[in-house]
Design a protein around this ligand. Structure first.
Ligand code: ADP
Ligand code: MG
Length: 241
Protein backbone atom coordinates (compact mmCIF):
# COMPACT_ATOMS: atom_id res chain seq x y z
CA UNK A 1 0.00 0.00 0.00
CA UNK A 2 2.48 2.57 -1.14
CA UNK A 3 1.22 6.11 -1.40
CA UNK A 4 4.31 7.14 -3.29
CA UNK A 5 4.20 8.17 -6.89
CA UNK A 6 7.87 8.05 -7.74
CA UNK A 7 7.60 9.56 -11.21
CA UNK A 8 6.55 12.87 -9.70
CA UNK A 9 9.89 13.04 -7.89
CA UNK A 10 11.98 13.19 -11.05
CA UNK A 11 12.24 16.97 -11.13
CA UNK A 12 11.69 17.75 -7.51
CA UNK A 13 14.15 20.26 -6.04
CA UNK A 14 16.26 18.90 -3.20
CA UNK A 15 18.16 21.42 -1.09
CA UNK A 16 20.68 20.25 1.46
CA UNK A 17 22.83 22.46 3.66
CA UNK A 18 25.15 22.04 6.63
CA UNK A 19 28.78 21.23 7.29
CA UNK A 20 30.24 18.01 5.85
CA UNK A 21 26.92 16.56 4.80
CA UNK A 22 27.16 12.78 4.33
CA UNK A 23 26.59 11.69 0.75
CA UNK A 24 23.04 10.75 -0.18
CA UNK A 25 22.32 7.10 -0.89
CA UNK A 26 20.88 5.93 -4.20
CA UNK A 27 19.41 2.63 -3.00
CA UNK A 28 18.67 0.76 0.22
CA UNK A 29 21.81 -1.40 -0.10
CA UNK A 30 23.96 1.68 0.27
CA UNK A 31 22.18 2.43 3.55
CA UNK A 32 24.05 -0.51 5.12
CA UNK A 33 21.16 -1.30 7.40
CA UNK A 34 21.33 -4.23 9.80
CA UNK A 35 20.37 -7.46 8.05
CA UNK A 36 17.12 -7.84 10.03
CA UNK A 37 16.01 -4.33 9.13
CA UNK A 38 17.04 -4.69 5.49
CA UNK A 39 14.99 -7.89 5.24
CA UNK A 40 11.94 -6.04 6.55
CA UNK A 41 12.46 -3.23 4.04
CA UNK A 42 12.41 -5.78 1.22
CA UNK A 43 9.37 -7.53 2.74
CA UNK A 44 7.50 -4.24 2.93
CA UNK A 45 7.93 -3.80 -0.81
CA UNK A 46 10.11 -0.69 -0.71
CA UNK A 47 12.40 -0.87 -3.73
CA UNK A 48 13.88 2.60 -4.01
CA UNK A 49 14.32 5.15 -1.23
CA UNK A 50 12.30 8.36 -1.60
CA UNK A 51 14.26 11.64 -1.90
CA UNK A 52 13.89 12.45 1.81
CA UNK A 53 15.08 8.93 2.66
CA UNK A 54 18.08 9.20 0.32
CA UNK A 55 19.31 12.27 2.18
CA UNK A 56 18.16 11.54 5.75
CA UNK A 57 19.25 7.92 6.19
CA UNK A 58 23.02 8.54 5.82
CA UNK A 59 22.79 11.78 7.84
CA UNK A 60 21.18 9.97 10.77
CA UNK A 61 23.48 6.97 10.38
CA UNK A 62 26.43 9.36 10.59
CA UNK A 63 25.28 10.67 13.97
CA UNK A 64 24.13 14.10 12.86
CA UNK A 65 21.15 16.18 13.90
CA UNK A 66 18.63 16.83 11.17
CA UNK A 67 15.95 19.32 10.22
CA UNK A 68 13.96 17.85 7.34
CA UNK A 69 11.09 19.52 5.50
CA UNK A 70 9.07 17.54 3.03
CA UNK A 71 5.42 17.26 2.18
CA UNK A 72 3.05 14.69 3.59
CA UNK A 73 3.36 11.32 1.89
CA UNK A 74 7.04 11.71 1.03
CA UNK A 75 8.22 8.84 3.23
CA UNK A 76 9.44 10.64 6.34
CA UNK A 77 8.57 7.78 8.72
CA UNK A 78 11.01 5.28 7.21
CA UNK A 79 13.53 8.11 6.77
CA UNK A 80 14.01 8.19 10.54
CA UNK A 81 12.90 4.70 11.62
CA UNK A 82 15.29 2.72 9.42
CA UNK A 83 18.56 4.34 10.55
CA UNK A 84 17.40 4.55 14.18
CA UNK A 85 16.38 0.88 14.44
CA UNK A 86 19.51 -0.15 12.60
CA UNK A 87 21.78 1.88 14.88
CA UNK A 88 20.09 0.62 18.04
CA UNK A 89 20.95 -2.92 16.88
CA UNK A 90 24.42 -2.00 15.63
CA UNK A 91 25.56 -0.24 18.77
CA UNK A 92 23.54 -1.91 21.51
CA UNK A 93 23.53 -0.40 24.95
CA UNK A 94 22.31 -1.78 28.24
CA UNK A 95 18.53 -2.20 28.36
CA UNK A 96 16.80 -0.72 31.36
CA UNK A 97 13.12 -0.40 32.17
CA UNK A 98 11.99 3.23 32.17
CA UNK A 99 14.92 4.30 30.00
CA UNK A 100 13.90 4.41 26.34
CA UNK A 101 16.77 4.59 23.85
CA UNK A 102 14.75 6.43 21.22
CA UNK A 103 11.75 8.72 21.73
CA UNK A 104 9.52 9.68 18.83
CA UNK A 105 7.05 12.47 19.49
CA UNK A 106 4.04 12.75 17.22
CA UNK A 107 1.17 15.27 17.42
CA UNK A 108 -1.83 12.92 17.27
CA UNK A 109 -2.84 9.48 18.34
CA UNK A 110 -3.52 8.45 14.73
CA UNK A 111 -0.07 9.51 13.55
CA UNK A 112 1.56 7.92 16.59
CA UNK A 113 -0.21 4.64 15.83
CA UNK A 114 0.97 4.81 12.20
CA UNK A 115 4.57 5.25 13.34
CA UNK A 116 4.16 2.43 15.86
CA UNK A 117 2.84 0.09 13.15
CA UNK A 118 5.74 0.96 10.83
CA UNK A 119 8.26 0.57 13.64
CA UNK A 120 6.90 -2.88 14.49
CA UNK A 121 7.08 -3.81 10.81
CA UNK A 122 10.66 -2.62 10.34
CA UNK A 123 11.78 -4.00 13.69
CA UNK A 124 10.16 -7.40 13.11
CA UNK A 125 12.27 -10.37 14.14
CA UNK A 126 14.69 -8.21 16.09
CA UNK A 127 14.80 -7.99 19.88
CA UNK A 128 13.84 -4.31 19.85
CA UNK A 129 10.87 -3.51 22.07
CA UNK A 130 8.61 -0.78 20.83
CA UNK A 131 5.96 0.92 22.95
CA UNK A 132 3.39 3.62 22.40
CA UNK A 133 1.63 6.08 24.72
CA UNK A 134 -1.10 8.55 23.79
CA UNK A 135 -3.84 10.51 25.48
CA UNK A 136 -7.55 9.89 25.61
CA UNK A 137 -7.20 6.44 27.11
CA UNK A 138 -6.31 5.02 30.50
CA UNK A 139 -2.79 5.74 31.62
CA UNK A 140 -2.55 2.18 32.92
CA UNK A 141 -3.36 0.59 29.58
CA UNK A 142 -0.21 1.97 28.06
CA UNK A 143 2.32 1.59 30.80
CA UNK A 144 4.24 -1.18 29.04
CA UNK A 145 7.11 1.26 28.59
CA UNK A 146 7.58 1.35 32.37
CA UNK A 147 6.55 -2.21 33.21
CA UNK A 148 8.35 -4.21 30.51
CA UNK A 149 10.47 -1.37 29.21
CA UNK A 150 11.13 -0.42 25.61
CA UNK A 151 13.95 0.56 23.30
CA UNK A 152 11.71 2.81 21.24
CA UNK A 153 8.94 4.92 22.72
CA UNK A 154 6.39 6.57 20.45
CA UNK A 155 4.32 9.22 22.19
CA UNK A 156 1.99 12.15 21.84
CA UNK A 157 3.37 15.23 23.65
CA UNK A 158 0.81 15.58 26.45
CA UNK A 159 0.84 11.92 27.42
CA UNK A 160 4.63 11.80 27.24
CA UNK A 161 4.80 14.60 29.81
CA UNK A 162 2.23 12.77 31.97
CA UNK A 163 4.65 9.84 32.07
CA UNK A 164 7.52 12.20 32.88
CA UNK A 165 5.58 13.68 35.78
CA UNK A 166 3.93 10.55 37.14
CA UNK A 167 6.48 7.77 36.62
CA UNK A 168 10.21 7.04 36.90
CA UNK A 169 10.77 7.30 33.13
CA UNK A 170 14.00 9.13 32.31
CA UNK A 171 15.89 10.02 29.14
CA UNK A 172 19.48 9.55 30.17
CA UNK A 173 19.70 6.51 27.84
CA UNK A 174 17.92 8.27 25.00
CA UNK A 175 20.14 8.43 21.92
CA UNK A 176 17.51 9.60 19.46
CA UNK A 177 14.77 12.16 19.82
CA UNK A 178 12.42 12.62 16.87
CA UNK A 179 9.94 15.47 16.69
CA UNK A 180 7.68 14.37 13.85
CA UNK A 181 5.22 16.74 12.19
CA UNK A 182 6.74 19.56 14.20
CA UNK A 183 4.60 22.19 12.46
CA UNK A 184 1.43 20.37 13.42
CA UNK A 185 2.62 20.15 17.01
CA UNK A 186 2.98 23.94 16.97
CA UNK A 187 -0.47 24.41 15.44
CA UNK A 188 -1.91 22.22 18.17
CA UNK A 189 -0.30 24.37 20.85
CA UNK A 190 2.45 21.95 21.86
CA UNK A 191 5.46 24.23 21.48
CA UNK A 192 5.90 24.74 25.24
CA UNK A 193 5.43 21.00 25.82
CA UNK A 194 8.12 20.30 23.23
CA UNK A 195 10.43 22.77 24.98
CA UNK A 196 9.72 21.25 28.38
CA UNK A 197 10.54 17.79 27.08
CA UNK A 198 13.65 18.83 25.17
CA UNK A 199 15.00 20.68 28.20
CA UNK A 200 14.08 17.92 30.65
CA UNK A 201 16.78 17.46 33.26
CA UNK A 202 17.35 13.78 32.52
CA UNK A 203 17.83 14.33 28.78
CA UNK A 204 21.18 12.90 27.79
CA UNK A 205 23.22 15.76 26.30
CA UNK A 206 24.74 13.82 23.39
CA UNK A 207 21.55 12.47 21.83
CA UNK A 208 20.72 13.07 18.17
CA UNK A 209 17.70 15.25 17.55
CA UNK A 210 15.75 14.85 14.32
CA UNK A 211 12.97 17.25 13.39
CA UNK A 212 10.50 16.61 10.58
CA UNK A 213 7.99 19.08 9.26
CA UNK A 214 5.86 19.66 6.18
CA UNK A 215 6.30 23.44 6.39
CA UNK A 216 9.02 25.66 7.81
CA UNK A 217 7.45 28.64 9.59
CA UNK A 218 9.49 30.98 11.79
CA UNK A 219 8.69 29.25 15.06
CA UNK A 220 9.93 25.92 13.67
CA UNK A 221 13.13 27.66 12.58
CA UNK A 222 13.47 29.00 16.12
CA UNK A 223 12.90 25.58 17.70
CA UNK A 224 15.38 24.00 15.28
CA UNK A 225 17.97 26.57 16.35
CA UNK A 226 17.21 25.79 19.96
CA UNK A 227 17.13 21.99 19.85
CA UNK A 228 19.60 21.02 17.12
CA UNK A 229 23.40 21.10 17.02
CA UNK A 230 25.46 21.44 13.87
CA UNK A 231 22.54 20.05 11.97
CA UNK A 232 21.92 19.11 8.38
CA UNK A 233 19.02 20.96 6.84
CA UNK A 234 17.14 19.40 3.97
CA UNK A 235 14.09 20.55 2.06
CA UNK A 236 12.43 18.45 -0.58
CA UNK A 237 10.16 20.25 -3.00
CA UNK A 238 8.74 23.68 -2.36
CA UNK A 239 8.19 24.08 1.35
CA UNK A 240 5.94 26.86 2.60
CA UNK A 241 6.60 28.93 5.71
P1 ADP B 1 5.14 11.19 5.46
O1 ADP B 1 5.48 10.90 6.88
O2 ADP B 1 6.19 11.96 4.75
O3 ADP B 1 3.78 11.82 5.33
P2 ADP B 1 4.95 8.32 5.22
O4 ADP B 1 6.20 7.95 5.90
O5 ADP B 1 3.67 8.17 5.99
O6 ADP B 1 5.04 9.82 4.67
O7 ADP B 1 4.87 7.49 3.83
C1 ADP B 1 3.78 7.59 2.96
C2 ADP B 1 3.49 6.22 2.30
O8 ADP B 1 4.55 5.86 1.44
C3 ADP B 1 3.37 5.10 3.31
O9 ADP B 1 2.32 4.24 2.88
C4 ADP B 1 4.70 4.38 3.22
O10 ADP B 1 4.61 3.01 3.57
C5 ADP B 1 5.06 4.56 1.75
N1 ADP B 1 6.53 4.58 1.50
C6 ADP B 1 7.47 5.24 2.21
N2 ADP B 1 8.69 5.06 1.68
C7 ADP B 1 8.55 4.25 0.63
C8 ADP B 1 9.46 3.68 -0.33
N3 ADP B 1 10.77 3.94 -0.28
N4 ADP B 1 8.94 2.88 -1.30
C9 ADP B 1 7.61 2.63 -1.34
N5 ADP B 1 6.70 3.12 -0.49
C10 ADP B 1 7.16 3.94 0.49
MG1 MG C 1 4.72 11.49 8.71
Amino acid sequence: TSGINFSKYDNIPVKVSGENVPKAIKNFDEAQLRAAIQTNVVKSGYKVPTPIQKVSIPVIADGRDLMACAQTGSGKTAAFLLPILSKLLDEPQEFEIGKPQAVIVSPTRELAIQIFTEARKFGYDSYLKISIVYGGTSFKHQNECITKGCHVLIATPGRLMDFVERTFITFDHTRFVVLDEADRMLDMGFSETMRKFMHHQTMCPDHQTLMFSATFPEEIQRLAGEFLNNYVFVTIGVVGG
